[in-house]
Design a protein around this ligand. Structure first.
Ligand SMILES: NC(=O)c1ccc[n+]([C@@H]2O[C@H](COP(=O)([O-])OP(=O)(O)OC[C@H]3O[C@@H](n4cnc5c(N)ncnc54)[C@H](O)[C@@H]3O)[C@@H](O)[C@H]2O)c1
Length: 429
């Protein structure tokens, strides 16, 4: 272990906390990213994603760099670059291929390269391994080894951090898996699970998110049914949740870069192998549909209270992809806003985690605080409940409303009082 020199490639939501955790236990960890701005910020003790505090960034032995040649000092390289999908919902492996090339060009013999990016089974050995070989001129399996260890980090979650969750590790052979397990064992104090192969570890990560997607889709479908029944989904879930084995999933918008993306990695592979993954794709379709459903609840509500859509003022509260996280990737608030605007509604938006420019990029006019609305509102959509929204009351909304207000309450925040108030038209999932 004393010979291990770690480098982490890609310092985003996954790579940065990992590098910082390694830097508390190992000397001279290299944190490499191609994004110069990100690296300069980190060198200055600033993580714009808000995940790590300045003291956490400085109280660790990580050397942040954009200089790929520094990777030559490492012999245990961890790759945590994005694995998005393209416009056709197909895996986009370009960042991973680019990172493999950069690592390959700077790879020392006898190194271990561990991938953490979420991928379909086979990518590490069949896509990344050959690129590493091509650019390093070293033989995979003898002159360097592969490992895979999927990440379970949950941005915004201070409880289940890298150190506190069980980590799956794998290696292309037994001795490699042993080293990978030992290195991660230094920081993952909750324990290590050794998967039987790299492909098993890749698949395990994917199905963690596929399962969540399916369960959320079920909750969303139930909410579509219960809306027609005019009963509140949250009340039903609360009642059913008293059974010992009922799984507590709630309806909502599935944005972000994991749950709404990873299933497509599996459906891509499944289709390629000749199996049509009907259930997984149906769940995806239901979850993708919810943004337009939420926007349509607002337009139906405005019709119900006899307010013309064109020129109506609607406030959207909460734009990031989930509560208390600054990440806006694939946020469904964008789809909601563009659907509202397509029928002539004026959209204002409030999100304490975003600056005005970021809010304008969603196509909405930024508002700072419920007391600072430029106009009285005809409707409000509460997409998610950031910490400061928890104290939002029906009274506050009525005070800034123009007559009978339409409330679309995605997460059921006000379902008690607002649902009973005849002065509002109230909808929730
Ligand atoms: N964010 C999560 O909650 C989460 C959880 C589990 C797994 N994952 C997976 O982990 C991987 C990384 O996700 P993330 O959220 O950290 O992404 P991110 O976008 O936050 O960070 C990725 C970083 O990689 C850098 N990068 C891109 N190409 C690079 C290259 N060629 N060389 C070096 N750096 C490069 C980017 O500049 C960026 O800083 C993805 O596969 C994702 O699916 C993410």
């Amino acid at each position: 272990m004393s010979d291990i020199k770690i480098a982490v490639i890609g310092l985003g939501y996954v790579g940065l906390p990992l590098a910082v955790a390694f830097g508390r236990k190992f000397d001279d960890v290299i944190g490499f990213d191609i994004n110069e701005r990100r690296v300069v910020e980190l060198q200055g003790g600033m993580d714009h994603s808000g995940e790590l505090l300045a003291e956490e960034l400085t109280n660790t032995r990580v050397r942040y760099t954009t200089n790929a040649a520094e990777l030559r000092q490492a012999n245990f390289l961890v790759v945590a670059v994005p694995t998005p999908i393209d416009d056709n919902f197909q895996p986009d492996l370009k960042p991973l291929q680019d990172a493999s090339r950069i690592v390959g060009e700077n790879l020392l013999a006898n190194s271990i390269v561990v991938f953490e990016s979420t991928v379909y089974p086979g990518v590490t050995e069949d896509v990344c391994g050959p690129i590493l070989e091509q650019y390093s001129h070293l033989k995979c399996g003898s002159e360097f080894k592969l490992g895979y260890s999927p990440e379970r980090i949950n941005p915004g979650d201070k409880q289940f951090t890298v150190e506190k969750v069980i980590k799956i590790v794998s290696g292309q052979d037994e001795p490699t898996a042993n080293v990978v397990a030992e290195v991660y064992g230094k920081i993952c104090l909750a324990g290590i699970h050794r998967a039987s192969s790299i492909k098993v570890a890749e698949a395990a990560k994917l199905i963690e998110n596929v399962q969540r997607d399916l369960n959320i889709a079920l909750a969303n479908e139930l909410s579509l049914i219960f809306q027609n029944l005019k009963i509140n989904t949250w009340d039903v879930l609360e009642a059913a949740g008293t059974k010992w084995n009922f799984q507590k999933y709630v309806p909502g918008l599935v944005g972000g870069h994991c749950i709404g993306v990873d299933p497509y990695y599996l459906t891509y592979l499944s289709t390629k192998l000749g199996h049509n993954p009907e259930l997984i794709l149906t769940a995806r379709r239901i979850n993708e549909y919810m943004a337009s459903h939420v926007a349509d609840m607002m337009t139906k509500g405005l019709n119900e209270v006899n307010k013309p859509l064109a020129g109506a003022n609607v406030l959207v509260a909460g734009l990031t992809f989930k509560e208390n996280v600054k990440d806006i990737r694939n946020s469904k608030a964008k789809n909601i806003i563009s659907r509202l605007k397509s029928v002539g509604i004026n959209v204002f938006a409030i999100d304490p985690l975003l600056d005005d420019d970021a809010i304008r990029n969603f196509g909405a006019e930024p508002v700072r605080g419920f007391d600072n609305l430029p106009k009285k509102i005809d409707g409000i959509i509460i997409c998610l409940i950031h910490e400061p929204f928890k104290s939002l009351s029906l009274r506050q909304i009525k005070d800034v409303s123009n007559g009978k207000v339409v409330i679309v309450d995605v997460k059921g925040l006000l379902r008690g009082e607002a649902a009973r108030d005849l002065g509002v038209a109230y909808y929730s999932l």
